[in-house]
Design a binder for this molecule. Structure first.
Ligand code: HEM
Length: 213
């Protein structure tokens, strides 16, 4: 059986809804991180609160200023958890779509594409390699999303689960570091679709909206 190395294919409605909702969840999660590290950074805001109180001839201890700044940040950060749980629900939905609708597993699809490269005619070999790299990137995306969801839930319920400080900080450091994968993935995915649309795979974006042929 020869592998079809075209990105153009019919997108079922479930997959299209899933794609855009998942994109929204990931962008929103990145947005919460951006806010936490910029406008709602407790260090910057604690210093600001302290300076403003002192300007008005009042006095405030650095601890109280920090508590106010962290309290304000935490109201926003609550969104990280709600959207995080939504991302978890979307991951479960994606597994169900994989089993019942598209009937394909991203990891096995990437492996099948790789195995088909040597059998592909010489003139389509570069396309086959490119296709395999893109599909492997998607498989990695699902794997890392799984880690983010599992580690996020574990961090959220760390007390209930009785996780040690060491485990908690390891999970958190990796969770925090892997955020960069999503930054790179989002930028690479959008750039890749732009390039593909201009090179001969016209209509990829509208297929993800209307379903295509
Ligand atoms: C694309 C997905 C995600 C990204 C990019 C992301 C990013 C981050 C980052 C950068 C931090 C560290 C913030 C800091 O301490 O400065 C963090 C912490 C955390 N995230 Fe996520 N996250 C994602 C998904 C999730 C999910 C699915 C959950 C599950 C509910 C979750 C729950 C948490 C929790 C509980 C913390 C620890 C907060 C704390 O210790 O104060 N995250 N996340």
């Amino acid at each position: 059986m020869t592998t079809n190395y075209s990105f153009k294919k019919h997108q079922p409605a479930t997959m299209r809804w899933w794609h855009w909702l998942n994109a929204l969840a990931i962008l929103a999660l990145l947005g919460t991180v951006l806010l936490r590290k910029t406008f709602l950074s407790w260090r910057t805001n604690a210093a600001y609160i302290q300076s403003k109180v002192e300007e008005g001839a009042g006095s405030i201890t650095p601890e109280v200023a920090q508590n106010i700044a962290k309290g304000l940040r935490d109201v926003m950060w609550q969104w990280h958890y709600w959207i995080g749980f939504a991302l978890g629900a979307l991951l479960v939905a994606r597994i169900l779509i994989g089993i019942f609708v598209v009937k394909k597993c991203p990891a096995t699809h990437a492996v099948q594409s790789a195995m088909g490269i040597s059998k592909a005619p010489r003139e389509t070999r570069i396309t086959a390699v490119h296709y395999t790299l893109v599909k492997s990137g998607y498989a990695l995306f699902y794997l890392i999303t799984l880690y983010m969801v599992l580690s996020g839930i574990a961090l959220y319920f760390k007390k209930e689960m009785g996780l040690s400080k060491d485990i908690t900080s390891l999970l958190k450091e990796v969770h925090e570091f892997l955020m960069w994968f999503f930054v790179i993935f989002v930028a690479g995915h959008i750039a890749g679709v732009f390039i593909a649309e201009n090179r001969g795979d016209k209509g990829l974006t509208s297929d993800m909206i209307s379903g295509g042929e």
